[in-house]
Ligand binder design. Structure first.
Ligand SMILES: [Zn+2]
Ligand SMILES: [Zn+2]
Length: 121
């Protein structure tokens, strides 16, 4: 009984994570369409692959407050974004706003790690 239940929870958890990540990705894309690709603090311009270094900062620090006109968003480079947050908030900001690709790699890696264990046995 407990094993099937935890299986369901795991699926729901991953689904929730996926939805959260898609939402975060979409607000970043909307912000990148609304604003010039320039850091609001240091004025550096970002394009191509380096656009990844430009992150969406929430002016009220509430990641769930995403008005369609972008009034709660500010585009900041990683360095200025770090300065903008208190140190203990930076980790969360990185995870939510710039760590999407790293998290994807983690999700892909984990099932294979489990598979390798199974093969050893
Ligand atoms: Zn900057
Ligand atoms: Zn921020």
């Amino acid at each position: 009984m407990p094993s099937t239940k935890s299986g369901e929870n795991r699926g729901a958890f991953e689904e929730a994570l996926r939805i959260r990540k898609e939402r975060e990705k979409s607000y970043r894309e909307r912000a990148l369409k609304l604003f010039p690709h320039v850091c609001a603090r240091c004025g550096r311009e970002f394009s191509g692959k380096r656009l990844r270094e430009l992150t969406v900062h929430h002016k009220d620090h509430n990641h769930h407050n995403n008005p369609p006109d972008g009034s709660n968003w500010e585009l900041l480079c990683l360095y200025c974004h770090e300065n903008e947050h208190a140190r203990d908030q930076v980790a969360e900001a990185y995870e939510a706003e710039s760590g999407a690709e790293a998290a994807d790699a983690g999700f892909k890696h984990n099932p294979f790690a489990g598979l390798a264990d199974l093969l050893k046995k």
